[in-house]
Design a protein around this ligand. Structure first.
Ligand code: SF4
Length: 65
């Protein structure tokens, strides 16, 4: 099972991850994105991988746990 994780020391809060995959990522009022689904369905994996690639801060990892 793969788990998405956001490094809050790196996140710059532009919300790109949420735009790509709102099922998994949520930008909050504190200016950071959060993972709202830690066990995403495999049907979301492609969008999560896209968010990993598009995150300008390289703050998202998506790896086997
Ligand atoms: S795309 Fe990256 S930098 Fe932007 S809000 Fe999401 S985790 Fe943060």
């Amino acid at each position: 099972m793969k788990k998405p994780v956001i490094d809050h020391d790196e996140c710059i809060g532009d919300g790109i991850c949420e735009q790509i995959c709102p099922e998994v990522f949520e930008l909050r009022d504190d200016g950071l994105a959060y993972v709202i689904n830690e066990n995403p369905d495999e049907s979301l994996y492609d969008k999560i991988e896209e968010a990993v690639e598009e995150c300008p801060a390289a703050a998202i990892t998506f790896e086997e746990q």
